[in-house]
Unconditional design. Structure first.
Length: 185
């Protein structure tokens, strides 16, 4: 039950920013502490950033991170398959899984990380959830968090915002990304 609540909170954090974001990050930080001290630390830094940043600026950072930086697009299938037929098959498969439990989120594509996390928080099929985490979510998160630090300022350009990438890294850690990678070696 704690894992499902944690996934729902990560979904709220990784969705477009709204007024309750700081509260969601704080709750997520508290729950994540039992799974990973590093994840809780990353979420704590993000909470501080959210508390000190106006909503309009949070929206800009979200858009710059997820819409303008191809390395961090919030679509799991994009990271796994690119814009190919395989991604289309993946999307159809996700929709079928969502329909099977009565979960419908028409606002976004089914492979959006927040949509996928909400599904994982709702499903009672632990084997199916673990399959989605291991085969789709963790590999995508690994790609999304590669080079998670903001790059140096280029002449005349603002540095890339990295505020959401640590949240993705925290999610990766909470889902057992480090343990899964170590077991595969």
């Amino acid at each position: 039950m704690v894992r499902r609540r944690l996934l729902a909170l990560f979904a709220d954090i990784l969705d477009y920013p709204g007024p309750g974001l700081a509260r969601a990050v704080g709750a997520c930080e508290a729950l994540a502490a039992s799974a990973s001290a590093e994840a809780a630390s990353l979420l704590g830094a993000f909470r501080t950033f959210v508390e000190q940043t106006p909503l309009a600026r949070l929206e800009e950072v979200y858009t710059a991170t997820f819409d303008l930086d191809a390395a961090c697009h919030p679509y799991v299938g994009y990271h796994l398959f690119g814009e190919t037929y395989k991604r289309s098959v993946f999307l159809v498969g996700l929709r079928e899984r969502y329909r099977a439990i009565g979960y419908l989120d028409g606002a976004e594509l089914p492979d959006h990380v927040a949509v996928l996390l909400r599904f994982l928080a709702l499903t009672e099929d632990a084997a199916q959830a673990e399959e989605v985490v291991q085969e789709a979510l963790l590999p995508a998160l690994e790609r999304m968090t590669a080079g998670a630090d903001a790059g140096p300022e280029e002449a005349g350009h603002e540095p890339k915002p990295a505020h959401y990438r640590p949240v993705l890294r925290a999610l990766y850690l909470v889902l057992g990304g480090e343990a899964a990678r170590a077991a595969a070696v």
